[in-house]
Write a protein that binds this ligand. Structure first.
Ligand code: CS2
Length: 484
């Protein structure tokens, strides 16, 4: 086959003959899962869980992959019959896996009716979501409620609706949003009163919104990854991805169909009564370190997380941040093991995880990742310099120029405003902190006005301004002998 030939279902026998693991299950039924947010993460995480379930002969886990706005990936996957390759890189080396779980794709903004119809389809049992932090707003709730309302009107069973975004209490948050919208519609009498209340009751009684913690580092695909796929498959795969071997999905025991617990557990999903300790550790250790690495790495002019972690002062910073600052605040008992595993994951060179990708949307990530640790640290009267350094590194990052004078783009819902403030006060740490450290939507009411915290952040930003990131890190480092 010529290498420019597109990957599609017709190519599967050829790929299988070449020894690649390919799906051998039927893929022509109606999907059981409607997934909102067809990004890289979903395709290398839940979609592979569904792939494993389908491979066991359970045909209820085929996916309708819904991109919220962007058409490119949904259309590329449609051309490829939903097929794509994932390169999984562990210390033992990297192998390719062909995922067959995505059976259909569409774009919510372009084909809203198709999404609503799918939510209300008899075959659908689950809705999963990875729509990113900033999408948790009225438009999302409207889409879900419209679908659920149609489903109820059709007299069908309820659904499990699993938010898999990096938000604490993600499922509860989503449920509250949907219930609030139903109530609001009822008040506005958009629906007859009894109908609105009945929909709310039906959602509460028949649908389940489990909280869940998902973990796998999945960088956005790069041209290099697509080229590697081309070499491995001998075919053109416009949806190929790379990821690490590690993955975790911890989900609350709360399902519309209780028997799903056994099915999920059989393929490695962890089902628990309380997700909070897992979610808290993941957001405040992994994601919090990631956001710190993203800001300081971008300012240093380093491109990827592994390049950052290869710098000893950076590695030591993350080690101490976890060991001394955040770890002791958490309920998870095995923080040292978690930390060491995390440092090894960050160091994985095969991921080439871009710091600018992680820095994207920092203004909506900081509230989950840093703020709870800052509040807990202040309450416990912990030393605050490392957490303050994170905040200061973000403020420095917002200027949009690294320490070598190279300009980079910010990608954030508040980018224009944040960058304008950071640039206006560049070099004036107290003014920067007064402008950027007082935003309630980022820092929350109490931190936004916390004088002692602002003083700490100002000190760190002054150091970064005067000495650069490495100079400031050197000022934070604890001599190895003091760590024992
Ligand atoms: C990252 C996450 O981009 C980011 O903000 O911190 O996508 C992270 O890689 C995943 O949550 C890991 O499970």
């Amino acid at each position: 086959m010529p290498a420019h030939t597109r990957l599609n279902a017709a190519a599967l026998p050829v790929l299988a003959a070449r020894g690649l693991p390919v799906p051998s299950y039927r893929r022509d039924q109606l999907p059981g899962v409607v997934h909102l947010g067809l990004g890289a993460f979903h395709r290398a995480h839940q979609a592979l869980v569904c792939d494993a379930l389908l491979a066991r002969g359970d045909d209820r886990w085929g996916i309708l992959g819904v991109a919220m706005r962007s058409t490119q990936l949904a259309d590329a996957l449609r051309e490829q019959d939903g097929l794509y390759a994932v390169q999984i890189a562990s210390e033992q080396g990297a192998g390719w896996h062909l995922c067959g779980a995505v059976w259909q794709t569409c774009v919510a903004q372009r084909e809203r009716d198709a999404v609503v119809r799918a939510i209300a389809a008899p075959s659908t049992r689950w809705i999963t979501l990875t729509v990113t932090e900033k999408a948790y707003g009225p438009a999302l709730a409207e889409l879900l409620v419209q679908g659920l309302s149609a489903r109820r009107a059709a007299g069908l069973a309820g659904l499990t609706i699993a938010s898999c975004d990096n938000l604490s209490g993600n499922g509860s948050k989503l449920e509250a949003m949907c219930q609030a919208l139903v109530q609001e519609q009822e008040h506005k009498q958009e629906k007859k009163q009894d109908q609105g209340a009945a929909l709310g009751r039906w959602m509460a009684g028949h649908c389940a919104f489990p909280n869940s913690m998902v973990d796998r580092i999945v960088p956005a695909a790069t041209p290099a990854r697509l080229a590697a796929a081309q070499t491995a498959l001998g075919l053109n795969d416009q949806a190929a991805l790379g990821t690490e071997a590690f993955w975790e999905w911890v989900i609350e025991r709360r399902f519309a169909d209780a028997s799903d617990e056994d099915a999920l557990a059989a393929v490695g999903v962890t089902v628990v009564d309380d997700v909070a300790p897992f979610e808290e550790a993941k957001l405040r250790l992994l994601n919090a370190s990631h956001s710190a690495l993203a800001c300081l790495g971008a300012v240093l002019g380093l491109g990827t997380v592994d390049q950052c972690i290869a710098q000893n002062p950076v590695r030591q910073f993350v080690h101490e941040f976890i060991t001394l600052d955040v770890g002791p605040q958490l309920r998870r008992p095995d923080v040292a093991t978690y930390r060491d595993a995390l440092l090894a994951r960050f160091a994985n060179p095969a991921l080439a995880h871009s710091v600018h990708q992680i820095a994207t949307d920092s203004s909506v990530k900081i509230p989950q990742r840093w703020v709870p640790s800052v509040l807990a640290g202040l309450a416990r009267q912990q030393p605050m310099q490392r957490l303050a350094f994170c905040a200061a590194a973000w403020m420095r990052y917002l200027r949009g120029m690294d320490e070598r004078g190279r300009v980079y783009q910010l990608n954030d819902p508040m980018a224009d405003k944040l960058q304008a403030l950071a640039q206006a006060h560049a070099g004036d740490a107290p003014a920067s902190v007064a402008a950027l450290g007082t935003m309630q939507n980022i820092w929350g009411g109490s931190l936004a006005q916390h004088q002692a915290w602002h003083t700490e952040v100002t000190q760190q930003l002054e150091r970064i301004n005067r000495q650069g990131i490495f100079g400031a890190l050197a000022g934070l480092a604890i001599p190895a002998t003091d760590l024992l």
